[in-house]
Design a protein around this ligand. Structure first.
Ligand code: GLN
Length: 481
């Protein structure tokens, strides 16, 4: 198929060059054959997808105005609810959990004419950076099947990268949209905390979680964000927007913009090719009218530590509901205590148990002050760090991940090495600010990601920076072989 992005597909359907049915049939057939090697999808919704496509085609035939995402197939990470479908968070404990309602994002996508084509594999309860902790097996990176796709939204990223779907939704608690986007050579955005409703997102760490788009281009991310963003009465942390994103109004130049380069994001031990590609990208921005300023984010060193306190603490609390009674598979026993032990012991994987134990410890009476309270204090300071930085610059530019995709299995038994993969992404979640990753190079045939971070609610600015960068480069046009 000659159409690759959501915008191209929608315009082609509107122009009558292709029908929505042809689009959906094309993607379903491709997934059926090629996903055997990648494992990005846990399930495709063939019947309902074809049915929705027919409805779009009928609208077109009747001469009705087509909505913003008419006929565009979208994949949903398995931690968001789709009415009537299983949402398992890639965990055994929820393998039979069928959602009784649509997440707000899913509802808004449907209203905008998008076709929900399937649900994607992820790390169990979105805990991970490699998509290896899924009960349904690892996802393979389309650029090299021996490599991880990143995580936790690895299935969504791999699906877009492999050309199985033009758009996918992911969730980002500490980097789970941006890092897999970087490792799979595509574009992924974490909006400002509160910009997109979390209603129907099965919570990992509620104060950090945010849903966002994964696509080939920043323009497509803007289009999806326009559809899903905005206040929602069902999520009290969702925010009223002063200004909505309007994809057509996003400028594609760096004129008048100042870019901050934080010295703490270029560290010893990072991949030299990553450093080189990011430096080249910064040079390109400079040559094309962007002003570059060296800045410092002194608290960067503490971000990972604070994240791995706050996140397991909230996770242990959120995951208490999976007890085999309210949610999860009920164990056959006459003893309540044993019933909990079986449901949770058999239902959760090792990483989930590790985080529940860590979180429970952190929140326990004797340690709450020493760990959790301290981490919250660091959170405030990190927020202030960024606030100061954004008084001097419009956008921060830095790497997304210190390394390209690694071998499946390589870090699986070394949680600390795995946690270090999030070193450049977690700060944005802690501060609640928006970030986007775009492809900016390659090392040994594996993609490298460039990250733009913006001040709170300045999502339009990072979309502009990313769009401008993509108008000058063609990394985002490359597909894995
Ligand atoms: N990799 C991070 C973690 O394991 C981030 C996860 C996420 O963003 N969902 O917690």
């Amino acid at each position: 198929m000659k159409y690759r992005t959501a915008i191209e597909i929608r315009n082609a359907i509107e122009a009558g060059e292709i029908t929505a049915l042809e689009v959906v049939e094309y993607y379903l057939a491709k997934i059926k054959v090629e996903d055997k090697a990648i494992n990005a999808f846990l399930e495709t919704f063939d019947e309902s997808a074809l049915e929705s496509a027919r409805k779009i085609d009928a609208m077109k035939k009747a001469g009705e105005a087509l909505p913003r995402l008419a006929g565009v197939p979208v994949a949903i990470k398995d931690n968001m609810t789709i009415k009537g479908q299983i949402s398992s968070c890639s965990s055994k404990i929820l393998e039979n959990h069928r959602a009784s309602y649509d997440a707000t994002v899913v509802k808004r996508l449907k209203v905008a004419g998008a076709i929900i084509i399937g649900r994607t594999n992820c790390d169990e309860f979105a805990m991970g950076s490699s998509n290896e902790t899924s009960f349904w097996g690892a996802v393979h990176n389309p650029w090299n099947l021996k490599k991880v796709p990143g995580g936790s939204s690895g299935g969504s990223a791999a699906a877009v990268s492999a050309g199985f779907v033009p758009i996918a939704l992911g969730s980002d608690t500490g980097g789970s949209i941006r890092q897999p986007a970087a490792l799979c050579g595509i574009t992924g955005m974490k909006p400002t905390y509160g910009r997109v409703s979390r209603y129907g997102l099965i919570a990992l760490a509620s104060s950090l979680d945010q849903i966002g788009p994964i696509a080939h281009t920043a323009q497509d991310c803007a289009l999806v964000l326009e559809v899903i963003e905005g206040i929602d009465e069902k999520d009290s942390t969702s925010l009223e927007l002063d200004e909505k994103v309007v994809p057509e109004l996003i400028e594609k130049n760096f004129k008048g913009m100042t870019f901050g380069v934080p010295r703490e994001y270029f560290i010893d031990g990072m991949d030299e090719e990553v450093r080189k590609s990011v430096e080249e990208a910064i040079e390109l921005i400079k040559q094309n009218g962007g002003e570059i300023k060296k800045i410092s984010l002194p608290l960067t060193d503490y971000a990972l530590a604070a994240y791995y306190i706050i996140q397991p603490a909230e996770a242990s609390s959120n995951l208490a509901r999976f007890d085999g009674i309210r949610y999860g598979t009920r164990a056959q026993t006459d003893n309540l205590w044993k019933s909990y032990l079986h449901a949770r012991g058999d239902g959760f994987g090792a990483e989930t148990k590790r985080r529940i134990m860590l979180g429970t410890y952190i929140l326990s009476a004797g340690y709450y002050d020493a760990y959790y309270k301290k981490a919250l204090a660091v959170k405030t300071e990190i927020f202030n760090d960024f606030k100061k930085a954004f008084e001097q610059v419009d956008v921060i530019v830095c790497p997304t991940s210190p390394a390209v995709a690694w071998d499946i299995g390589e870090k699986f038994n070394d949680p600390i090495a795995m946690y270090l993969a999030d070193i450049f992404t977690v700060s944005a979640n802690i501060a609640g600010i928006p970030g986007i990753s775009v492809p900016c190079g390659e090392n040994n045939g594996l993609p490298i990601g460039l990250q733009f971070l913006g001040a709170s609610m300045q999502d339009g600015k990072i979309l502009r920076a990313a769009s401008a960068y993509q108008s000058l480069t063609d990394w985002h046009q490359k597909d894995p072989k």
